[in-house]
Design a protein around this ligand. Structure first.
Ligand code: PEP
Ligand code: MN
Length: 367
C-alpha cells in the first residue's frame, strides 16, 4: 500500500463563508478591461470565492488564441487588487510557474493536457520545490486514474500540500451529449483512494455548452464535491476561447441560486457514492440486455428467411410453449417471478413474430 498524500484541506487555504466553493472567471484573460470587468461583476454577486483566468492557453490546433502570456498576469493581479478575490491560473512548465510566483498569483492549477505528461508535471513540481502555494490538478484528458494520482504525488513530493483535484471530464471517442465525458466513477474512485483529497468539479469543460452546466454542477454537489470551477465572461459569445460554454456573471449567479446544497453527513456521502456506482452497474447491464435483445432479433430474422425458403409457417405453437415453459422455470430458479418472465417473453415473441412476418411478406427483387 502506497503512502497517502500529505494534504491540507481546501477549507484551510481557500476558506469561504458559503458553500459550495465557487471559482469563476474567463476561460482566457483576453484584455485588461475584460479581465477586470468580469472580476468586478463576479465579486458583486458575493457568491464567488476565487477568480480564474487562463494566461497560457493549450489549444488543440495552432492559430487559435493562445493566451495573453505573462502580460495578462498584470491584469489578473490588478483584478485581485480591485476585488479582493484570490486569483488562479494554469501552469504547464517551469517558466509559467516562475512568472506566476513573481506576479503574486495565489493558486495554480495544472491543466488536463499537462496532467497526462509526467515530464511536464515533474517540471512544474521541480519549479515549485520549497514554495508554499496551493495547486489544483485537473484530471488527465484520457480516463487514467493513475496519471491523475501520479501528478498529485509528484507535486506532493515536491512539498506541495495545499492541493485539490479538478474533475473536468474525459475525452471520449464516441461523442455523447458532453464535450468531455464526466465518467463520474473515476472521480468517485479517486475520492475512495484518497478520501482526504478535496475535489472541485469543472462543469464548463465537461458540458462544452451553457445548457448542461446546472445539471452537472448539481450532480457534482450530490457526489460531495466541495466546489465548482465555472467559466464566465462579460460577453460570452464574443469570447476568444470556449465561447459556447461561458456564461455571464449574472447567469452564474442564477446557476448558483438554483443549486441544492445538501448537508452531507459522511453516511450520506457513502450513500450517494454507492448509489452512483450501483446506477453505473445498472447502466452496464442494460447495455448488455439491449445488445442481447438486438442479437436475438437478428436471429429471428434469419429464422424467418429460412422458414420462408422452406414454406413453413411463422408460428409453431409447440416451440412457443416450450420456450415459455423452460424460460419461466429458469427465471424462477434465478429469482424472477413467473408473471414477469412470461410477460417479458410475450413482448419479445411479439416483436420476433413481427420481424418474421416482414421477412415472409417481402417480395424479392427480380433478377
Ligand atoms: C481551462 O480551464 O480553460 C482549460 C484549458 O481547461 P482543461 O485543462 O480542463 O482543458
Ligand atoms: Mn476553457
Amino acid at each position: 500500500m502506497k503512502k497517502a498524500l500529505q494534504l491540507e484541506s481546501i477549507s484551510k487555504w481557500l476558506p469561504t463563508a458559503s458553500k459550495p466553493i465557487i471559482i469563476s472567471g474567463p476561460c482566457s484573460a483576453e484584455t485588461e478591461e475584460q479581465t477586470i470587468a468580469t472580476a468586478k461583476q463576479l465579486a458583486a454577486t458575493g457568491k464567488v470565492h476565487a477568480l480564474r483566468a487562463g494566461i497560457w492557453k493549450p489549444r488543440t490546433r495552432p492559430g487559435q488564441y493562445e493566451g495573453s502570456g505573462a502580460e495578462g498576469l498584470k491584469w489578473l493581479i490588478q483584478a485581485k487588487k480591485e476585488t479582493g478575490l484570490p486569483v488562479t491560473t494554469e501552469v504547464a512548465n517551469a517558466a509559467h510557474v516562475d512568472a506566476c510566483l513573481k506576479a503574486g498569483v495565489d493558486i495554480l492549477w495544472v491543466g488536463a493536457r499537462t496532467t497526462v505528461n509526467p515530464f511536464s508535471v515533474q517540471e512544474v513540481a521541480d519549479a515549485l520545490k520549497g514554495v508554499d502555494i496551493p495547486v489544483m490538478v485537473k484530471n488527465p484528458i484520457n480516463p487514467d486514474l493513475e496519471l491523475w494520482i501520479g501528478a498529485l504525488e509528484r507535486l506532493n513530493k515536491a512539498g506541495i500540500t495545499k492541493m485539490a483535484a479538478i474533475h473536468r471530464g474525459f475525452s471520449a471517442f464516441e461523442k455523447g451529449p458532453f464535450r468531455n465525458a464526466p465518467m463520474w466513477d473515476m472521480a468517485i474512485e479517486l475520492k475512495t483512494r484518497i478520501p482526504e483529497l478535496d475535489i472541485i468539479c469543472d462543469p464548463s469543460h465537461i458540458a462544452g455548452n451553457r445548457e448542461l452546466i446546472s445539471f452537472i454542477s448539481q450532480k457534482a454537489l450530490d457526489l460531495d464535491m466541495v466546489g465548482l470551477m465555472i467559466e464566465t465572461h462579460i460577453n460570452p459569445d464574443a469570447a476568444w476561447s470556449d465561447a459556447k460554454q461561458q456564461v455571464t456573471p449574472a447567469v452564474l449567479s442564477k446557476i448558483i441560486d438554483g443549486l441544492v446544497v445538501r448537508s452531507v453527513s459522511s453516511d450520506n456521502k457513502i450513500f450517494k457514492d454507492t448509489l452512483s456506482i450501483l446506477r453505473d452497474e445498472i447502466d452496464h447491464l442494460d447495455d448488455e440486455i439491449m445488445s442481447k435483445l438486438a442479437a436475438r432479433m437478428k436471429i429471428s430474422e434469419k429464422i424467418g428467411q429460412y422458414k420462408k425458403e422452406n414454406g413453413v409457417t411463422i408460428l409453431q405453437v409447440s416451440r412457443w410453449e416450450e420456450i415459455i415453459q423452460t424460460r419461466v422455470q429458469l427465471g424462477k430458479a434465478m429469482g424472477l417471478s413467473p408473471d414477469f418472465t412470461s410477460d417479458l417473453l410475450k413482448l419479445i415473441h411479439q416483436e420476433s413474430i413481427q420481424i418474421q412476418t416482414k421477412v415472409m411478406n417481402k417480395t424479392e427483387a427480380r433478377v
